[in-house]
Design a binder for this molecule. Structure first.
Ligand code: HEC
Ligand code: HEC
Ligand code: HEC
Length: 118
């Protein structure tokens, strides 16, 4: 029982370190102010990057999930580190829904408001 407890605590400690140390956050290069994210067969997703930086203030809100590189989300989906629609559901839409519920100004929560067909 004690050995199991130690094993579980050790695993937890390792995963905390892995999460905290996953990607280094830099704040000098703010990247593109406006971008288009790959939304698969539902069509591209226009993404106002600068508006999020201004409204949220903290780069790590998004960039502890994926690094500050163009194509980072697609690369992590290809390697299986992020599931398809994980960023969309557990990150983008989750935050918009929470803020909407609290009556705050936020982003879209419906498919067609995020994905544009070209
Ligand atoms: C609401 C989410 C979010 C926040 C907050 C955010 N970013 Fe990003 N950032 C993204 C997304 C999405 C991408 C594109 C990733 C991809 O192409 O797969 C990106 C890409 C980047 C890139 C590389 C692409 C490029 O345009 O050159 C840099 C650099 C970057 N971000 C810097 C920052 C900095 C600095 C901050 C904080 C001041 C920040 N980001 C805050 C979502 C965010
Ligand atoms: C807040 C914006 C937002 C909303 C709302 C949204 N999406 Fe997405 N969707 C994204 C982003 C960003 C991606 C790419 C990142 C990812 O796969 O998590 C994406 C990815 C996708 C993909 C491609 C997944 C893959 O890798 O093949 C499909 C399909 C999709 N969305 C369908 C939908 C449907 C259906 C709805 C409505 C039920 C919806 N989306 C609502 C932003 C959104
Ligand atoms: C932690 C919260 C948070 C996350 C995560 C987040 N957003 Fe937002 N989003 C906001 C807020 C706040 C605004 C309103 C910004 C403003 O207008 O000043 C916004 C606005 C938007 C808008 C603009 C709507 C308009 O009226 O122009 C789009 C599009 C959008 N978000 C898409 C996304 C996508 C795609 C992602 C994921 C890659 C994402 N957001 C992640 C909080 C978030």
């Amino acid at each position: 029982m004690k050995a199991l407890k130690i094993a579980v605590l050790t695993l937890m400690a390792i995963s905390v370190v892995a999460l905290a140390g996953a990607y280094t956050i830099q704040t000098d290069n703010k990247g593109e102010p406006q971008m288009s994210l790959d939304g698969g067969k539902s069509g591209p997703v226009p993404f106002p990057h600068l508006a999020h930086q201004t409204a949220l203030g903290d780069c790590s809100i998004c960039h502890e999930l994926f690094p500050q590189q163009a194509g980072a989300i697609a690369a992590l989906k290809a390697s299986g580190e992020l599931a398809k629609k994980q960023v969309m559901n557990k990150h983008c839409t989750k935050c918009h829904k929470l803020m909407k519920k609290e009556g705050q100004k936020t982003g879209p929560t419906t498919c067609k408001a995020c994905h544009v067909k070209d």
